[in-house]
Write a protein that binds this ligand. Structure first.
Ligand code: MN
Length: 128
């Protein structure tokens, strides 16, 4: 069981994401704004961040850069959630420091598989 922070401003997408992750046995912390998410990431012990890219305050790419440059949060794996399956989007998220990428609407199996892949890669990298 993991503690996962979900930063997502859409109530529908948040509810779906939380339902999938809770069903998989994880504990979820929720933020509707990037600033709130960053504050939670600095304060709470968490294992993973799911970051929507379109957010009302700071966009998810800038928020990820903030997490990745702060020693308190730089170890946290971040998976980008984006509704835009546009060419270049994935490259943008990688450039911002995201460790994984999921396109909305979320598909149950692919989503959980990406969570698993990113966590394994992150743990392997930290064990070196
Ligand atoms: Mn959004």
């Amino acid at each position: 069981m993991l503690r996962i922070l979900v930063v997502e401003d859409s109530p529908v997408n948040m509810a779906l994401t939380v339902a999938i992750l809770e069903n998989a046995g994880h504990t979820i912390l929720q933020a509707e704004r990037a600033a709130e998410g960053i504050a939670i990431a600095r304060r709470e012990p968490i294992d993973l961040v799911l970051m929507d890219i379109q957010l009302p305050d700071i966009d998810g790419l800038a928020a990820t850069r903030t997490l990745k440059t702060d020693p308190r949060t730089s170890h946290l794996p971040v998976i980008a959630l984006t509704a835009f399956a546009m060419k270049g989007d994935e490259d943008d998220t990688r450039a911002a420091g995201c460790d994984g990428y999921v396109t909305k609407p979320i598909r149950y199996k692919e989503f959980l598989a990406e969570v698993d892949t990113v966590l394994k890669r992150s743990r392997a990298a930290r064990a070196v």
